[in-house]
Design a protein around this ligand. Structure first.
Ligand code: ADP
Ligand code: MG
Length: 443
């Protein structure tokens, strides 16, 4: 039954949608005409309820003659038979599959599409949200806000939204800019006495993608202009997608009214990929370039670089170049040679979260797993908060990344810890000494 259902959706949805919504779903049980389906996240569930569940009911009714009810559950979540009752609804829907991409002035990178984007735990939510927005711009998540560290795929996803929207609607007006390009465009328009043209250009689009908005910090008049652009598009129900390396309220000197607007929609973080995802990304990339690389070599490369996909791709290029230059096949030992200096350099220059944890644990005579754990005793809570504080101060990692390195804690826990230590530092002599000891040891 499930296979015929998925086959049916294959004909109904474009390949990207199919991958995202159907391949990620798992049939769990079939009891009393309830079909229990497990989905990866709340976002998937919402999408299923709104778009897919009615079709499932209709399809199953047509094939079996019975009213079968999809019961949607989120993976890992214990649901007390939370039923999602569906009624028969319209089934007509189709997505045009192979329409060529029209570029117009969107300036989208052809490589950055949904089909080249590998999903995994760290980016699944962001990917799903991106897809929703490209299919139903301006309706569900407006604005959509991506945040996360460098090289994790924010720009890639933004371009993918643009491509997908043009695929669905070749007449759509899509505009992608970095916040710097927006700023420069605005300043130039003032200089050339053409601010009206600038406004018209930005306020007439169907989809506006503004990348790296942390660079709006400090730019008062640009923020003012962007505020009005935002309002105008929002009022017209046009889709806005933004990205930043951190949450809006952590961007220094970002106006309160912008922060509050950015929170109207959906903010999703992208966290570093796990090993499996990194291997899948490398596999994809090497297939695309027709490279012959053994599995264990890919795993080796993926093991060397763990927090930045751009660097991961760079490592692959490096290995490839190394093989070409030495006229040999790509093997694990060749990869090790090629990446030797790279990983050495990374480790000598940078304090990592792991090093902070190690030193803080030793200093306070606790273990690293205590720091990563959940115990609430004072002798552990304090070192844990200090370790989070120092990770924030001394490393380049994002808050979500720090949280995840501390046993999968939420980024708000890190913010809280950082704030608490910062406040205490103002008056607590002993803490001041401890922090400065640790800092000098770490530097
Ligand atoms: P960010 O904007 O977050 O700094 P980018 O979107 O520029 O990161 O991604 C850096 C590089 O990694 C790009 O070449 C992009 O194509 C690639 N990349 C990022 N995430 C993925 C992914 N999930 N699958 C495939 N490639 C990815
Ligand atoms: Mg980027």
């Amino acid at each position: 039954l499930w296979t015929s259902l998925t086959d049916y959706f294959k004909t109904q949805l474009n390949p990207v949608s199919y991958e995202t919504w159907i391949s990620s779903a798992e049939p769990k049980q079939f009891i009393n005409n309830d079909l229990i389906i497990e989905l990866p996240s709340q976002l998937h569930k919402t999408y299923w309820i709104q778009h897919l569940a009615p079709k499932v009911v209709a399809f199953l009714y047509e094939t079996t003659g019975e009213e079968i009810n999809p019961v949607l559950q989120i993976k890992g979540e214990i649901t007390a038979s939370a039923q999602t009752k569906m009624s028969l609804a319209n089934t007509a829907q189709s997505n045009n599959d192979n329409v060529p991409t029209f570029m117009r002035d969107a300036k989208l990178n052809d490589r950055y599409t949904f089909s080249t984007f590998v999903t995994g735990k760290g980016n699944q939510m962001a990917h799903a949200a991106a897809l929703v927005v490209s299919e139903e711009p301006g309706r569900l998540y407006n604005p959509l806000f991506f945040y996360g560290g460098v090289g994790l795929g924010k720009t890639h996803l933004m371009h993918a939204i643009g491509h997908q929207m043009l695929l669905n609607n070749p007449d759509a007006k899509v505009k992608y800019v970095t916040s710097e390009a927006f700023t420069n465009g605005f300043i130039n328009s003032l200089r050339n006495n053409t601010p009206e043209d600038f406004r018209k250009e930005y306020r007439s689009v169907d989809l506006l993608l503004v990348d790296d908005i942390q660079f709006f910090a400090d730019k008062e008049s640009t923020q003012e202009e962007f505020f009005h652009t935002f309002n105008s598009l929002y009022d017209d129900k046009k889709q806005i997608v933004l990205s930043s390396d951190r949450l809006p309220n952590e961007i220094p000197k970002l106006q309160k009214r912008l922060i509050s607007r950015f929170k109207w929609g959906l903010s999703v973080d992208i966290t570093p990929p796990d090993l499996e995802t990194r291997i899948a990304i490398l596999r994809n990339k090497s297939d695309a370039e027709n490279l012959e690389i053994p599995d264990d070599t890919l795993s080796y490369i993926a093991g060397q670089i763990d927090s930045n996909i751009r660097e991961l791709e760079g490592a692959l290029v490096r290995v490839q170049a190394y093989a070409t230059l030495s006229n040999s096949e790509i093997t694990t030992s060749l990869a090790a040679d090629a990446l030797k200096n790279l990983s050495l350099k990374d480790k000598s220059n940078e304090v990592s979260i792991a090093i902070v944890q190690d030193r803080v644990a030793k200093y306070f005579h606790v273990t690293v797993s205590d720091l990563k754990g959940k115990k609430r005793v004072k002798a552990i809570v304090m070192p844990r908060q200090i370790a989070m504080y120092l990770s924030r101060e001394l490393t380049e990692n994002s808050l979500p990344k720090i949280g995840s390195e501390f046993g999968g804690k939420d980024h708000t826990t890190v913010i809280h810890a950082h704030e608490k230590i910062a406040v205490m530092l103002e008056t607590d002599d002993k803490l001041q000494r401890q922090i400065s000891d640790l800092k000098s040891e770490l530097n």
